[in-house]
Design a protein around this ligand. Structure first.
Ligand code: HEC
Length: 166
């Protein structure tokens, strides 16, 4: 009975979302964020000052994550200096975002834009707790890995005033 099975998975998701909600308030006051299964990182102001990985991000790898419709899918909402024809304008234009925001600021925005704007529609790319209606296949996994976050940050931080297509 597929419909019953779906309802069960949905109910489990709600319980997870509710219990995450119970812990959300004390967590929000702490500077260090430790979510189930993900290494902890520290938020300071509107930044995550330290890289999430020891290996530095690669802008070339970040470009692929950004363009991949099944990974970042960033171009569905943002325009960037990339050759893809199908670029969205729901979010701000990111051609020169590396001139406006430091890598530490970019890191928090890609990890979890909701920390900057709680009402944003941008997905949190490195978060597993407090998500709603997550299918079983994705439960407990962030959309991007820590290395992919660093790669995306590397691409964005090298997207500066020239805005040249890469
Ligand atoms: C569903 C649409 C959507 C998707 C997908 C999306 N974003 Fe966003 N993004 C937004 C919106 C809307 C904002 C504006 C912030 C707000 O909502 O307050 C934003 C803001 C940003 C900002 C801050 C820009 C600024 O000028 O302050 C960055 C950086 C960013 N997004 C990067 C990304 C990257 C990288 C990806 C892919 C990994 C991505 N976004 C995917 C909608 C999206």
């Amino acid at each position: 009975m597929p419909s019953l099975k779906r309802a069960g998975a949905y109910a489990a998701g709600v319980v997870i979302a509710l219990s995450a909600g119970l812990f959300a308030a004390p967590l929000a006051m702490a500077a260090t964020v430790a979510e189930s299964g993900l290494p902890a990182f520290t938020i300071a102001g509107d930044t995550i000052p330290e890289p999430l990985t020891a290996q530095p991000g690669s802008a070339a790898a970040g470009k692929l994550v950004i363009e991949d419709r099944k990974l970042g899918n960033c171009l569905s909402c943002h325009a960037m200096a990339l050759p893809d024809e199908d670029q969205g304008n729901v979010g701000p234009d990111l051609h020169t975002v590396g001139s406006r925001l430091k890598p530490a600021q970019l890191r928090l925005r890609v990890v979890n834009m909701k920390d900057v704007d709680p009402l944003t529609i941008m997905p949190a790319y490195y978060r597993v707790d407090g998500l709603h209606d997550v299918s079983k296949a994705f439960a407990g996994k962030p959309i991007l890995t820590a290395q992919q976050i660093e790669d995306v940050v590397a691409f964005l931080s090298t997207s500066t005033t020239t805005g040249a297509v890469r």
